[in-house]
Design a protein around this ligand. Sequence first.
Ligand SMILES: Cc1cc2nc3c(=O)[nH]c(=O)nc-3n(C[C@H](O)[C@H](O)[C@H](O)COP(=O)(O)O)c2cc1C
Length: 371
Amino acid sequence: MSFLYRTFLRPAVFLQDSERAHSRVLSVLSSMSRTRFSLSMLGALYRSPDLPITVMNIDFPNPLGLAAGMDKNGEAVPSWQSIGYGFCEIGGVTLHEQPGNPKPRMFRASKDKALINRMGFNNIGARALKEQLQLWKDKGLWPDSPVGINLGKSKKTPLKEAPSDYAGSIKILWKHADFFVINVSSPNTPGLRDLQESKNLELVIKECCKTNKECSKVENEDEKPLLVKIAPELNEGFLEDIIKLVKKYKISGIVATNTTLDRPETNDPSSEKIYKEVGGLSGAPLKDKSTEMIRKIYRLTKGKIPIIGVGGIFTAEDAWNKIAAGASVVQLYTGLVFEGPGIAKSIVKGLKKRLESEGFESISDVVGIEA
Ligand SMILES: Cc1cc2nc3c(=O)[nH]c(=O)nc-3n(C[C@H](O)[C@H](O)[C@H](O)COP(=O)(O)O)c2cc1C
């Protein structure tokens, strides 16, 4: 299926501007999300085999998820499971609706299998997202697999008011998320990465934990797992400080990593031109950097804090390497753009085959074996 996509569909999709192609594909998936019939058609083609794992008290049917940024407004929530993902992360959503940065703001470096983006959290805002998610529930189309929500800071909110901005989104969306990801690592919102500094992050985490606790009391349910998403270029000192906070506030996990501001060496003139664009780089050139960050976190935490590994996953081997480095589950975004809708099934099948051939009983036995 990936071969068919790469040979016939991708050349046509890639003739279009990246963001327009993304919107078109998403709108097809959104339409297909609306009926059980089309979802089951997608499922017949693309559904992954079971490869279950339980992390943060959440049951994942397989360990490969859709990364944040692909479905910012929850337009295609029912589809992700049907095309093979074990979970999806919706968003980044901000408390206030915002248009994001001026277009163009997403660029393909096709030869290097990389993207540069400076979207700047374009999204419909937490309240509208809540309505969209409620709609899927009302139609009985909510997936069985977990749905996480990625939270960003609204551009108009000053950094010092970031804690209430993040917490405000949690309050609005609390009932609809299986977990929340506090994203303090997008390079495209001015100053956002400063929130990775310990004293700033502590204020954000404290407020989010407080709101989580209050919502759990009101709803008479357990608190939701909260995770923090970090940048791949965090130095060891910052990372150690973040881990201290994660332990202090009993944060459930770390998502590693977001896009990078670094640019790789390239011999390809068209990629070189793209790399001059401002924004975060994702895809193949990010792979090793994010795997190293996962390994560092796993070692520093002695494997006690779950890690969601993301960055440059295209194959089962890439996913395996991240799990072996310490990720409990993994995600991708750019791989889907380059390899097409068959990628999740092909990766999960590949993981399952390797698990069996190496004699492991469950995917959780692989977590951290090479850290
Ligand atoms: C166009 C685009 C938009 C993204 N938006 C978000 C976002 O809103 N929040 C977030 O935490 N990460 C966002 N990301 C980062 C991805 O979730 C992921 O961490 C990164 O792309 C690395 O994974 P990949 O190499 O598989 O793409 C975005 C990535 C891309 C390419």
